[in-house]
Design a protein around this ligand. Structure first.
Ligand code: G1P
Length: 294
């Protein structure tokens, strides 16, 4: 069985939900307190042992490339003012992984973006991490759990999932387990992108932005026509690939934040701030005080 050594992070979206900030700043660079959210996505892949990462960008996303590049002048200035710790921290961001970039030329959807990774991936299985889904975990990183499931299933396609409430099913790709009452890791035989009505959803198990895909997915993506929202959907290609590669849902254990949504983004900032040693106590006291006035 082939090893998983590469990850793809699609980051070409316009981020219109975060205008006006995203007029000049890629949404992936919006900070969770002081750290651009894309750093957490890259760290998740690195924690799972993946160092070769492709970020799919589009026009005006240079800030992402600059962020992961060396900033020699800033390092020099920090060192000159005896801020060695900060200098080391910004260097560590660059050394963390081997990051390359490909541009998605037209905004034709997630499937189209992933297809543009073909020259980087070749015919290997690979991981995909979507930036809108920020997942924290005290144990194994979510993508690491999916990779373990890939080996356990002898090379199955793996979708990172959680059960969600009926009212939000329309926002996600929803899977159909082969057998009822399954949990943890289970085979699926259908995958429906954004069901309009809960009655059209094959279950309450939604795919939340983590995938391990077989190399053959590119053959299916090439044949995939525009689907929901007029976009080339990764979900449709995965569904078609089930004819040759069995597909499984893995219920990951971490906490997931939908940071593509304003409220989800605010929640992530609050939770991350509460967990920080340098800020946690202050933020907690403030929230307690504030709660009394609400
Ligand atoms: C994408 C996928 C969808 C998945 C979701 C996870 O949708 O198409 O299947 O459930 O990510 O967040 P998007 O939110 O990019 O429209």
């Amino acid at each position: 069985m082939q090893k998983i050594t590469k990850a793809v992070i699609p980051a070409a979206g316009l981020g219109t939900r975060f205008l006006p900030a995203t007029k000049a700043l890629p949404k992936e660079m919006l900070p969770i307190v002081d750290t651009p959210n894309i750093q957490y996505i890259v760290e998740e892949a690195v924690k799972a042992g993946i160092k070769d990462i492709l970020i799919i960008i589009s026009g005006s996303k240079e800030a992402i490339e600059d962020y992961f590049d060396v900033n020699a002048e800033l390092e020099m200035r920090l060192k000159a003012s005896k801020k060695d710790k900060q200098a080391d921290e910004i260097r560590a961001i660059t050394d963390m992984a081997n990051i390359v970039y490909i541009r998605q030329k037209e905004p034709k959807g997630l499937g189209h973006a992933v297809l543009s990774a073909k020259p980087f991936i070749g015919n290997e299985p690979f991981a995909v991490l979507l930036g809108d889904d920020l997942i924290t975990s005290d144990e194994k990183p979510a993508i690491g759990e999916l990779i373990a499931a890939y080996y356990k299933t002898n090379g199955g396609t793996i979708l990172g999932c959680k059960r969600v409430s009926k009212d939000v099913l329309h926002k996600y790709g929803v899977v159909k387990p082969v057998k009822d009452g399954t949990k943890g890791l289970f085979e699926i035989n259908d995958f429906v992108e954004k069901p309009k009505d809960p009655s059209l959803a094959p279950s309450d198990v939604a795919c939340l932005g983590r995938y391990v895909l077989p190399g053959c997915i590119f053959d299916y993506l090439e044949k995939t026509k525009a689907g929901v929202g007029g976009e080339i959907q990764l979900t449709d290609a995965i569904k078609a690939s089930m004819e040759t590669n069995p597909c499984y849902a893995k219920i990951f254990t971490g906490t997931r934040y939908d940071i593509g949504d304003k409220f989800g983004y605010v929640k992530a900032i609050i939770d991350f701030a509460l967990k920080r040693e340098d800020l946690g106590k202050e933020v907690k006291d403030y929230i307690k005080q504030l709660a009394k006035t609400l």
